[in-house]
Design a protein around this ligand. Sequence first.
Ligand SMILES: *Cc1c(COP(=O)(O)O)cnc(C)c1O
Length: 339
Amino acid sequence: MEREYGLKDSIKLASNENPLGPSPKAVVAAKRALKHAHFYPEGSGFYLCQALSKHFKVPYESIILGNGSVELIEIAAKSLIEKGLNIVMNENSFSLYKIATLAMGGTVKEVKMTEDRCHDLKAMMKAVDENTRMIVVNNPDNPTGTYRPFSEIEALLKEVPESVLVIIDEAYKEYVRKKDYKSAQCLLEKHSNLLVLGTFSKAYGLAGLRVGYGFSHPEIISMLHKVRSPFNTNLVAQEACICALADEEFVKKVVDLNETEMAFIEKELKKLGLKFTPSVGNFILVDIPIKAGEFFEKLLREGVIVRPMGGFPYSVRVTLGTRRQNIKFLKATKKVLNL
Ligand SMILES: *Cc1c(COP(=O)(O)O)cnc(C)c1O
């Protein structure tokens, strides 16, 4: 892109990556692990699963690793979906669920979000029919950054029939500092049809190493194990993630920065007269007065990459960066919109 547009120092705020990079402890571990790269990795990621079990207090038998949590989404679809079956999800949410379902010949029932761009859980429950095998809640949601309180997730699980796998995708859980929010993992004991997803790609800053994890009932976990490929997470990534998990100081620094920068961006967007959806993630969906594609192109010429999203013709998703990056985004926005 820099070559094509003749730019230098462009910034990418398009994929919700971590502006502070990876945890330094994870980098040390990854380098150390490279010396053993001639060995195949531990097939099921035993030591990383053990570390996750300890960290999150989830039984070892209830944990599975994926090559990114998107692989677990694909594995779940491969295990459960075929022609004639469907999944229920929020409209315009993270597209991988749709792609994985369509690839298996299934269909997707997309439920309209509420006016304030939240999952409409009641409407989603109503959309469940006898052919539904999965219902997906991104909590927090991507790309809106909205969330549903724990009480509503609890109510959803009480309501949904056991034949439907409830996937709660918590890729951004570390960033949320709301009293009424908590991970759905504490519902695992009560509900055997729950799959909670997490990832090392966001707050841990390890998107390039591709590790996600799922928590579920041991029977669901063994069903998923049958479908995954034997060495789906690699040796370097497993070692790095064990150390990343232990580096709580780093995650705190990441989340603190995100909180400060979210407040800054919100304040500055208000000054510019731009509306946005209040977000609890590491990104923000900003409404603009011109077509998203056009705004994206114009910002590109200023060296700022943001993400236009399907279903939101007049909004772009902007990943929060460092203060310097966020100022660059705001300045470029002001310029291209003549504000
Ligand atoms: C970023 C993201 C993920 C993480 O994907 P990985 O494959 O773990 O990198 C999962 N779900 C949602 C909703 C996301 O935004």
